[in-house]
Design a protein around this ligand. Structure first.
Ligand SMILES: *Cc1c(COP(=O)(O)O)cnc(C)c1O
Length: 429
């Protein structure tokens, strides 16, 4: 397998781009080598500039749930382009996408569209503060909620991969209202509520996806909602990754919890830049122009992105691939475990529907600390062997793999063979 053109573009990219990437998770910092440059993608496959074809389990870090260039989406977007790209005024499609979203999430009467997951969460946090009149926010170690200052502490994958404790450039004042708790540890949340009476909200990834996949144990989420509300705080579900992925109504539907504020991104735009936050009427009425919480955006509700979102979500609803995701997920999970056992490699697999990943550890992984017991050197060897076998994975031990509904039986058997080869390579390190 040759990477000559990727190598050349990488060197060229270093001149005017930072590390030749526009998001640090795309750098191959923890697996070594240089990032691949992509030429195009179709269905379950992605093709780099050297013509190497891979089965794609990155899926743009989640959005491409139907696979790449689904014909319904492509057609709708191409048609929309003919009418204009941005108007700075409302369009009917914003109403249509809003209805799809509010119908899927019972806790959302109204929604506001923004351009990214980061924007959705920072607005959701502001809304929790506006509604409660309180300042403090509890977040969980290892959860990532976008790159806004106040939540860029103990923030999972991107930072863990680069071994950064938080981020330079974030002033102390920006994080002084951020309290850190441990995932799956209700007592660590209780302790904050006992000490502080000005907590506006608790923000959580209802299924962790940015420290690798970490699943809430027992009734963690339900208990968390009860605890927050009892103390006059809101539960903010950051479903940027899980929304429309865990099932159509997100992780909340699967886990039987209704958050007070929900933040969305990724799948909601199907590959176009869309984020959203929403809540019950009584909460959303605080947002301008109805209320005093300001939040705005020149390109928010962008007409092309709205059409991409509508086409993606309506196709997804019709396909209803969630049972199939579970079946495929089980198959891949079992393949990892049986090859790992065959070659004597310690692996723990966490999976929630179409989100999964193996951790190279013999520990159970239920929080960030346990995730960090993983052997990242083993992951690096595993990653490159998978690449050589035609499988594209996120270049980090602490990122989730995603399934698309475009995966075929043939893709899955090729993946299983690759997994066997890669785990063998790990055992021979
Ligand atoms: C990806 C992600 C974000 C940030 O979304 P961007 O679109 O990258 O700004 C926020 N929260 C979670 C849970 C995410 O997975």
């Amino acid at each position: 397998m040759k990477f000559k053109k990727s190598q050349k573009l990488y060197n060229k990219g270093l001149v005017n781009l930072v590390g030749a990437v526009n998001s640090p998770v795309r750098a191959f910092a923890s697996v070594g080598g240089n990032p691949l440059f992509i030429e195009k993608a179709k269905g379950s496959k992605i093709i780099d500039v050297d013509g190497n074809s891979y089965i794609d389990y990155v899926l743009s870090y989640g959005p491409m749930i139907l696979g790449h260039r689904h014909k319904k989406v492509q057609k709708a977007v191409t048609k929309a382009l003919k009418n204009g790209y941005s108007f700075g005024a409302s369009t009917e499609n914003e109403i249509k996408l809003a209805k799809i979203v509010c119908d899927a999430f019972p806790g959302m009467d109204k929604v506001r569209f923004v351009n990214s997951g980061t924007e959705a969460v920072l607005s959701g946090i502001r809304l929790a503060r506006a509604y409660t009149g309180k300042d403090k926010i509890i977040k969980f170690s290892g959860c990532y909620h976008g790159h806004q200052d106040s939540l860029l502490v103990a923030a999972g994958s991107g930072l863990a991969t680069l071994s950064l404790p938080g981020s330079k450039g974030v002033p102390e004042g920006a994080v002084k209202n951020t309290l850190i708790a441990n995932y799956n540890d209700l007592e660590s949340v209780k302790a904050h509520f006992e000490k502080h009476d000005d907590i506006a909200g608790v923000i959580i990834e209802p299924v962790g996806g940015n420290m690798g996949v970490v699943i809430p144990q027992n009734n963690f989420l339900k208990d968390l909602k009860e605890l927050a509300n009892k103390n006059g705080a809101l539960l903010i579900a950051d479903e940027v990754m899980t929304g429309f992925r865990s099932t159509f109504g997100g992780a909340q539907e699967v886990l039987g919890v209704e958050a007070d504020i929900t933040c969305l991104g990724k799948v909601i735009g199907g590959g176009f830049p869309v984020g959203a936050y929403g809540a019950r009427n009584e909460i959303m009425e605080n947002v301008a122009p109805l209320g005093g919480m300001y939040q705005a955006g020149t390109l928010s509700g962008n007409p092309i992105a709205m059409v991409g979102g509508i086409a993606t979500l309506s196709t997804l609803k019709k396909q209803n691939p969630y049972k199939q995701f579970d079946a495929v997920g089980v198959e891949i999970e079992e393949a990892i475990l049986s090859s790992a056992q065959k070659y004597g490699v310690d692996v723990t697999v966490n999976r929630f529907g179409s989100m999964m990943n193996p951790f190279f550890t013999n520990k159970k992984v239920t929080n960030f600390e346990e995730a960090q017991t993983s052997d990242t050197k083993k992951f690096a060897v595993f990653f490159w062997e998978m690449i050589k076998n035609g499988i594209f994975l996120p270049p980090s031990q602490f990122e989730a793999w995603f399934l698309s509904s475009a995966l075929t039986e043939k893709n899955i058997s090729k993946t299983k063979k690759a997994l066997d080869n890669a785990l063998k390579a790990v055992s021979e390190m």
